[in-house]
Ligand binder design. Structure first.
Ligand code: IN0
Length: 413
C-alpha cells in the first residue's frame, strides 16, 4: 500500500487501495492446482502485479493463453535484456525461441531474481503452452518468431531515426498487440482487429515505458540501454546520457516533451481499437494499461524528475483506474482528464508546444464527439478537492481532542 504521506494527501485513494488489496488476495488464492499452471500463475503475480490482476477477469481459456503468451514474451525479453550474454550466443537463442517453446526439455539460464527462476524452470511454461488450443499456440509461435527476429536485428543496430524507433517498438510491443488481437479472435469473442490499430496499442504502452525508464536504462550495468531515437535527442544534447546532468535540465525537459509529443500520436488509434471491442472482460483488460499510459505521460511531461529517479502514477491512482474502468465512457473520461492535465503543463516557450497542444486537442475532440463525456464519473481530477475540506475538518477535530486532553491533564496549582 502507498506511504502514509501519500494516503493523507489523497484520502480518496484509501477505498480503492483496500479494495485492490482484497482483489489481489483473492487472485492469489485462485492459483490452479496443477504444478505447471501453479508455477505460471504465481510467476505472473511475481513479475507483474497489476497485469496479473487485470488478466484475472478473462474467461479461463483465454486467460490461460494470455498468461502463457505473457510469460513467453517475458522470457524472450529476459534473454534480450541480459547484457552479460555475448551477442554470438544471444542472437541464435532469440532467433530460435519460437521453437524452444515446444520443447519441454529446453532451458537457458540467464536474468536475475524472478526472471532467473522463470528461465531456469521454463519447462513449466512449455508444458502449459502445449496444453493450449492449436489456434492459441499458432498465434503465440508466430509472434515469438517475429519478435525474436526483430530483437536480434536491434542487438546489432542502434535506434537512430524516428522510423527505427517505431520499428523497434513494433517488434517488442506492436507485435504483442497483433498477437493479443489474434488470441481474442481465436477465443471467438472478438472480430480480428486491423493490424495498424493493434500495433498502435503496443506502441503507446512501450513508448511510455521508454520515456519513464530513461534513467534506469541509461544507468544499466555493464552497458547502457538506449531506446530514445537520436533524431529526437540530438536536437537538444550531444550524447543521450547528457540529459541526466543537472546543467542540461532545460534541454532535457524539452527533449522529454518532444518524446511525449511523439507518443501522443497513438492516442487516436488506441481509442478506436478500444471502441471496437465487444467483450466487457477483454475491454477492461485492454483499456486499463492504456489509461495508465496516458496517466504516466501526464506525470512525466515537463517533469525533470524523469532524469533524477522514477516517475510513476501513485498506487492509489492505479487502484482507482483498475476499479473504475468499465465502459468506453470511462476511457473517454480518463483520456480527456489526463489530456487536460497535460495541456495545463504545456509552456508556450517549449519548442514543441504547438504540436503538443494540437495532438491533445485532437484527442479531446474525439472524446467530446463520442457524446460520452457528460455521463462519466470524472474520477481523476474533479473528485479530489472534495476531500480537502474533509481533511481540514478532520484536522480541527484532532486538534480539539489534543487540546481537550492537554487541558484535562493540566496540573492544578
Ligand atoms: C502487455 C500489455 C497489454 C495489455 C493489454 C492489451 C494490450 C494490447 C496491446 C499491447 C499490449 C497490451 O500490458 C502490459 C502491462 C504491464 O505489464 N504492466 C506492468 C506495469 C508496468 O509499468 O510495466 C505491471 O506490472 O502490471 C505491458 O506493459 N506489456 C504487455 C506484455 C505482454 C502482454 Cl500479453 C500484454 C508489455 C509491452 C512491452 C508494453 C507490450
Amino acid at each position: 500500500m502507498g506511504t502514509l504521506g501519500a494516503i493523507l494527501k489523497h484520502p480518496v485513494d484509501i477505498y480503492p487501495l483496500l479494495k485492490l488489496r482484497m482483489v489481489a488476495k483473492h487472485a492469489e488464492k485462485q492459483i490452479p492446482p496443477e504444478p505447471h499452471w501453479a508455477f505460471c500463475y504465481s510467476m505472473l503475480h511475481r513479475v507483474s502485479r497489476s497485469f496479473a490482476l487485470v488478466i484475472q477477469q478473462l474467461g479461463t481459456e483465454l486467460r490461460n493463453a494470455v498468461c502463457i503468451f505473457y510469460l513467453v514474451l517475458r522470457a524472450l525479453d529476459t534473454v534480450e535484456d541480459d547484457t552479460s550474454i555475448p551477442t554470438d550466443v544471444k542472437v541464435p537463442i532469440l532467433l530460435a525461441f519460437h521453437r524452444h517453446i515446444y520443447d519441454r526439455d529446453w532451458h537457458f539460464s540467464c536474468g536475475t531474481k524472478d526472471y532467473k527462476v522463470l528461465m531456469d524452470q521454463f519447462h513449466n511454461v512449455s508444458t502449459a503452452f502445449l496444453e493450449l488450443g492449436e489456434g492459441y499456440q499458432e498465434a503465440i509461435e508466430d509472434i515469438t518468431k517475429k519478435m525474436g527476429a526483430g530483437m536480434a536485428k536491434f542487438i546489432l543496430k542502434e535506434v537512430e531515426s524516428i522510423d527505427d524507433y517505431d520499428e523497434y517498438c513494433h517488434y517488442v510491443a506492436g507485435l504483442v498487440g497483433l498477437g493479443l488481437s489474434k488470441l481474442f479472435h481465436a477465443s471467438g469473442l472478438e472480430d480480428l482487429a486491423p493490424d495498424s490499430l493493434s500495433n498502435s496499442m503496443g506502441l503507446f504502452l512501450q513508448k511510455t515505458n521508454i520515456i519513464r525508464d530513461y534513467l534506469e536504462d541509461i544507468n544499466e550495468i555493464p552497458k547502457s540501454r538506449m531506446f530514445w531515437p537520436r533524431e529526437i535527442w540530438s536536437k537538444y544534447v550531444n550524447k543521450l546520457e547528457d540529459l541526466k546532468y543537472e546543467e542540461n535540465s532545460v534541454k532535457a525537459v524539452q527533449c522529454l516533451n518532444d518524446m511525449v509529443t511523439n507518443a501522443l500520436i497513438h492516442m487516436d488509434d488506441t481509442l478506436k481499437y478500444l471502441s471496437e471491442l465487444r467483450d466487457p472482460a477483454i475491454f477492461r483488460f485492454c483499456a486499463i494499461p492504456q489509461i495508465m499510459a496516458i496517466g504516466t505521460l501526464a506525470m512525466c511531461y515537463n517533469n525533470v524528475d524523469v532524469f533524477r529517479g522514477v516517475v510513476k502514477m501513485r498506487r492509489g491512482l492505479t487502484a482507482q483506474v483498475i476499479h473504475q474502468t468499465k465502459t468506453m465512457a470511462d476511457v473517454y473520461g480518463a483520456f480527456f482528464d489526463f489530456s487536460c492535465m497535460l495541456k495545463s503543463k504545456v509552456d508556450n516557450s517549449d519548442p514543441n508546444a504547438v504540436k503538443t497542444l494540437s495532438r491533445l486537442e485532437a484527442a479531446q475532440k474525439s472524446c467530446r464527439e463520442s457524446g460520452a463525456l457528460n455521463k462519466r464519473k470524472s474520477y481523476i481530477i474533479r473528485n479530489e478537492p472534495i476531500y480537502i475540506p474533509v481533511l481540514i475538518v478532520l484536522f480541527f477535530i484532532l486538534l480539539s481532542i489534543i487540546f481537550a486532553y492537554l487541558s484535562a491533564n493540566r496540573p492544578s496549582y
